[in-house]
Design a protein around this ligand. Structure first.
Ligand SMILES: C[S@@+](CC[C@H](N)C(=O)[O-])C[C@H]1O[C@@H](n2cnc3c(N)ncnc32)[C@H](O)[C@@H]1O
Length: 149
């Protein structure tokens, strides 16, 4: 399991978002990917170029999900994007039982803020038990508040 800790504040440019993602030497080819808090699908799009078998993105924002769907519409990779609050009871129905890789980039601190630390922890546990590989970028404040190990 890979955990990378983002030391500085999250600047938010696309370059920042992708920084370090592909130097982690993760082999995405042929793998099923879950992108938690996928935003507009830019990370999913970049991963799609590495020929995963599938990408499943989840985000709370409808415009983000619409953009992600459009972005990946021309990709040969099987892509599915769901608009969902990760704190929703429907999460269990939406998630697949298993993913090869879960991508969790700069989203945990948002979950802690908008669904509360306890629930964020339970949701994260529910997600990560579906995989043995997590690629994460975690803000240092989230680390201080306690990421489940
Ligand atoms: C800082 S952005 C990171 C986006 C993307 N992972 C990246 O690195 O480019 C956090 C994302 O998490 C989403 N998000 C925040 N809270 C969420 C929640 N409770 N459920 C689903 N998505 C959420 C936001 O809409 C946003 O797209």
């Amino acid at each position: 399991m890979w955990w990378s800790r983002f030391k500085s504040g999250f600047a938010g440019t696309w370059d920042d978002r992708l920084d370090g993602l592909f130097s982690a030497k993760v082999d995405y080819a042929g793998k099923s990917i879950l992108d938690v808090g996928c935003n507009m699908g830019v990370v999913a799009y970049e991963i799609s170029k590495l020929k995963p078998s599938s990408i499943h993105g989840i985000d709370i924002a409808k415009p983000h999900i619409q953009t992600a769907k459009m972005l990946l519409s021309g990709s040969p990779v099987h892509a599915r994007f769901d608009r969902l609050n990760l704190g929703s009871r429907r999460l269990g129905n939406i998630l697949l039982p298993q993913y090869d890789i879960v991508v969790l980039l700069a989203v945990y601190q948002h979950m802690q803020r908008n669904i509360g630390p306890g629930k964020a922890r339970r949701v994260l546990s529910n997600i990560v038990r579906r995989t043995s590989n997590v690629v994460a970028r975690v803000h240092r404040n989230a680390v201080r508040r306690g990421i489940p190990s």
